[in-house]
Ligand binder design. Structure first.
Ligand code: ADP
Length: 251
């Protein structure tokens, strides 16, 4: 059943991609075909014009190849390997890499309010998601800024979620960006700087962990992205002790 669910999630992600990809890919193909057709016309008379059109065609083909490469990397993502993870400890252990990634101009503050609480999640994917959020926060802040990683428990009547908030003092998101932020390949960054996959990976990770993503953002003030993750139930902790190799508890 787990494999089936994974497959369904993968198919859903690929389905979401298809529309946008097909459109972009078609545009690139049009450049290739148009370039070759024009080049054919100039082949005999003005070879330098033919060469220019062939170079355009080559450029389009290279961009199409790059797009499919990125698509394949995304679609072939590794299956999740969930384990009991004490989230605050995991963040503490990962903070140095986050700090190095965001650089000196941004001050990192950890405000961890869920000591000892564990979630059932793929640790590597969690760290990846955290890093994606930190990089986005960094890129949203010009000059100096503050990045806060905060955890807290968000309890309702019958569920407990561990909220992992990544808060920046950056540019914030417009309504249009907010609406499209989880779309694979959606980016507002200059070509070559953003892949547009960071937030869709965060989204996929939270879905896979039975959680969700919440965003609060004000243009010109900043953004807070929260990964809401279910707190592991005691049964899961017991199950992981039965099978220590597969699902070790990490402190
Ligand atoms: P990428 O970072 O490669 O552009 P993402 O999927 O991570 O791809 O993000 C998509 C877009 O969402 C970004 O290009 C940016 O416009 C917007 N965004 C994401 N995080 C933030 C943030 N913390 N503040 C402002 N805008 C953001």
């Amino acid at each position: 059943a787990q494999a089936q669910l994974r497959q369904a999630q993968k198919m859903e992600a690929v389905g979401q991609l298809t529309g946008g990809i097909a459109h972009d890919f078609n545009n690139m193909l049009a450049v290739v075909v148009g370039g070759i057709e024009l080049a054919q016309r100039f082949l005999s008379g003005t070879p330098e014009k033919a060469e220019r059109h062939l170079n355009n065609a080559l450029d389009g083909a290279n961009r199409a190849a790059d797009l499919t490469r990125r698509l394949l990397t995304f679609a072939r993502s590794e299956p999740a390997r969930p384990e009991m993870t004490v989230v605050d400890d995991c963040i503490t252990g990962f903070a140095e890499l986050v700090e190095r990634t965001i650089g000196d101009r941004i001050a990192l503050t950890l405000d961890l309010g869920a000591p000892g609480l564990a979630c059932w999640l793929d640790r590597r994917q969690f760290e990846n998601a955290l890093l994606n959020l930190a990089v986005n926060a960094r890129d949203a802040m010009e000059g100096h800024g503050a990045l806060t990683i905060r955890t807290l428990v968000d309890e309702t009547e019958d569920t407990a979620a561990l909220a992992v908030q990544v808060i920046d003092t950056g540019c914030g998101m417009s309504a249009e960006v907010l609406e499209r932020v989880f779309d694979p390949f959606y980016t507002t960054k200059p070509a070559g700087q953003g892949t547009g996959l960071g937030m869709s990976q965060v989204f996929a990770f939270c879905r896979q962990s039975d959680g969700e993503v919440q965003i609060h953002s004000t243009e010109g003030e900043g953004t807070s992205v929260a990964m809401m993750l279910p707190v592991a139930q005691p049964e899961q902790a017991i199950a992981s002790q039965d099978d220590p190799d597969e699902k070790a508890v990490h402190h």
